[in-house]
Design a protein around this ligand. Sequence first.
Ligand SMILES: Nc1nc2c(ncn2[C@@H]2O[C@H](COP(=O)(O)OP(=O)(O)OP(=O)(O)O)[C@@H](O)[C@H]2O)c(=O)[nH]1
Ligand SMILES: [Zn+2]
Length: 198
Amino acid sequence: MISARATGRIFDQARAEKAVRELLLACGEDPDRDGLRDTPGRVARAYREMFAGLYEEPDSVLDRTFDECHEELVLVTDIPMFSVCEHHLLSFHGVAHIGYIPNDEGKVTGLSKLARLVDLYARRPQVQERLTSQVADALMRKLRPRGVIVVVEAEHLCMAMRGIRKPGARTTTSAVRGLLQTSASSRAEALDLIKGRR
Ligand SMILES: Nc1nc2c(ncn2[C@@H]2O[C@H](COP(=O)(O)OP(=O)(O)OP(=O)(O)O)[C@@H](O)[C@H]2O)c(=O)[nH]1
Ligand SMILES: [Zn+2]
């Protein structure tokens, strides 16, 4: 059993393996045949990795800040993102763009922390809308910036490989907070930079 570092949740490897074995049986497969014998263990480990964000405290990612006196937009685009849709437990994946305007103390975070924050929230059972707003809200809570914008563009495998079967359909979600919500010109500047990034 893997114990949680911060959130009080645990990953129960033995239970996950048992559940995968049950699922294979339910599908009419033989989990004891050669090719499947190690599969429950592998799948359980894969889920532990894909849901690693359940065991991490998001706010701690942003504990370290730097005084850079930068009071204009900081924008990181095209952060690769893999998450798991909580409705079908299938992947949705794409990119996230994150921008924020530091407060007048000029408090900035390390750029990699923005990607770490996306990773942490993405590695949970999710819906894209909640992932997007959770990242924005964590930044507002911890950095107290003047504004935040988060845009996520993703393809959902549950819409591509099953169900409606529309591979290539992309979903875009955004969350804007503070000045980037109230000021149309600040928001337009950020969106232009996101749209024109290539
Ligand atoms: N809003 C939102 N919907 C999502 C997300 N991921 C998957 N879904 C949708 O969740 C919905 C679940 O619908 P249900 O009718 O309960 O399930 P279903 O019968 O499997 O639906 P279909 O996918 O249409 O076959 C589907 O429309 C999915 O496209 C997401 O991140 N956000
Ligand atoms: Zn889904």
